[in-house]
Design a protein around this ligand. Structure first.
Ligand code: ZN
Length: 175
């Protein structure tokens, strides 16, 4: 297995739109294994989308596991939200967007239904609520070529960029 590089904002590749998986062949199984390995090797990582990674083809795949023991892997292939209800406004962070520095509140649906295929192509539907729902919405945004900053006001994003630059300068001095 291989640990993949996680692309960092503002890498243009984060804007790639995911490619639907049609053949669940050995190469796709390897991508999923590599994604889980990368996920588990990255501290404080809840989930990763293939479009966040240094892959030649950004497949429509997300891997999720935010369990304490890291023993509840969930892989969504070709996931699609079919139902949304309610609202939440909770802090989010992202492994591609200055993960050490920023967390911002984003408005998301409180409850969703998602249709997806598992790693072998079998169709499923799940309901998700709260943190789980937030996590899936964040990952499916990535697969549409969006990072969570895209939900925030432009002025706020500029303020965040300044803050990050300052923090990075401080971190350099401390080294
Ligand atoms: Zn993210």
């Amino acid at each position: 297995m291989t640990i993949l590089k996680i692309l960092q904002y503002p890498d243009k590749r984060l804007k790639r739109v995911a490619v639907p998986v049609e053949n669940f062949d050995a190469s796709i199984q390897k991508v999923i294994d590599d994604m889980f390995e990368t996920h588990y090797a990255t501290p404080n990582c809840a989930a990763l989308a293939a479009t966040q990674l240094d892959l030649d083809i950004p497949w429509h795949i997300t891997v999720i596991d935010y369990s304490h023991e890291k023993n509840q892997p969930l892989c969504l292939v070709n996931g699609k939200i079919t139902y949304r209800e309610g609202e939440q406004n909770e802090l989010e962070g992202c492994m591609s967007v200055f993960p050490q520095h920023i967390h911002e509140k984003v408005k998301r649906a409180m409850k969703i239904k998602v249709q997806y295929q598992d790693r072998h192509g079998n169709p499923h539907e799940i309901e998700a609520e709260g943190y789980f729902a937030k996590c899936i919405q964040h990952e499916l945004d990535h697969l549409d070529g969006h990072v969570y900053l895209d939900h925030l006001h432009k002025i706020k994003v500029e303020r965040i960029a300044r803050k990050v630059k300052k923090l990075e300068r401080q971190a350099k001095k401390e080294k």
